[in-house]
Design a protein around this ligand. Structure first.
Ligand code: FPP
Length: 239
């Protein structure tokens, strides 16, 4: 239980391939993926991971067939609504990152309601990345910082790592120490590019619907075996 990461981020991948293997529609894979969300969240709460960020919908996902996009939005609305009581019973606080303004109204409203109703919970913070793109997050931050510079509110010297971090959707949230991606794909896919600069990366070939609490613990265990040097040499970081 020592060296538990404060923040774990997950790219939940492989729902479609999992469903295809079973001769089922892709949406069945997403619906079963909700079970895996529950597994990951329960595991994170049990070992007191403070922040769990899940990549639920990227800006690029709008390009999928309309039926799948509509189905995913519907699933999100229904899941957020049906899980609200359980989030509160387990002291979980919900937050979101991404461009919420472009989400369908029903999804945005359900999300805002759940964020409001869980805001006083003090356990694990579940952060849903929805309509999220890291490049556009960074671009927005650059525009805001440039505007502040132009207004004379800040000098060039004041543009530090912390200042940039504070203009991202994740302002105030520590960077993930660990990022997990399922389904065997080994890439970042426009997810938390700034925040993952020094994260340990864990890739598993399991498809997301098959992800269990044990897989989450396995990833944490492997993280605990890694030496995080942040550019230094081994002797400098040994306790
Ligand atoms: C990636 O698999 C998964 C998604 C794009 C959606 C993830 C959504 C859920 C697990 C359900 C709802 C979640 C919450 C938080 C309530 P893919 O479709 O890219 O799979 P593939 O690569 O095999 O096609």
């Amino acid at each position: 239980m020592n060296r538990i990461p404060q923040h774990v981020a997950i790219i939940m991948d492989g729902n479609g391939r999992w469903a295809k293997e079973k001769g089922q529609a892709r949406l069945f894979g997403h619906a079963t993926g909700v079970e895996a969300v529950r597994e990951a969240l329960t595991a994170a709460s049990e070992v007191k991971v403070k922040y769990l960020t899940l990549y639920a919908f990227s800006t690029e996902n709008w390009n999928r067939p309309k039926e799948e996009v509509d189905g995913l939005m519907d699933l999100l609305v229904k899941t957020i609504s049906s899980e609200l009581e359980s989030l509160n019973n387990n002291d979980v606080r919900l937050l979101s990152i991404g461009n919420m303004a472009e989400l369908p109204a029903a999804c945005r409203e359900e999300l805002q309601l759940a964020i409001e109703k869980t805001k006083n919970n003090a356990g694990t913070v579940l952060i849903l990345a929805l309509n999220y793109s890291s490049k556009s997050e960074i671009k927005t931050a650059i525009k805001q910082i440039a505007q502040r510079y132009k207004n004379g509110e800040i000098t060039l010297d004041q543009i530090t790592d912390d200042l940039v971090s504070n203009h991202l959707y994740t302002a105030g949230i520590p960077d993930p120490e660990l990022m997990i991606r399922t389904s065997g794909e080994i890439r970042i896919s426009n997810f938390l590019l700034w925040q993952l600069a020094y994260s340990e990366l864990h890739f598993t070939s399991k498809f997301w619907p098959d992800f269990k609490k044990e897989d989450f613990y396995q990833a944490i265990y492997e993280y605990q075996q890694r030496e995080r040097r942040f550019g230094k040499v081994s002797e400098q970081v040994q306790p």
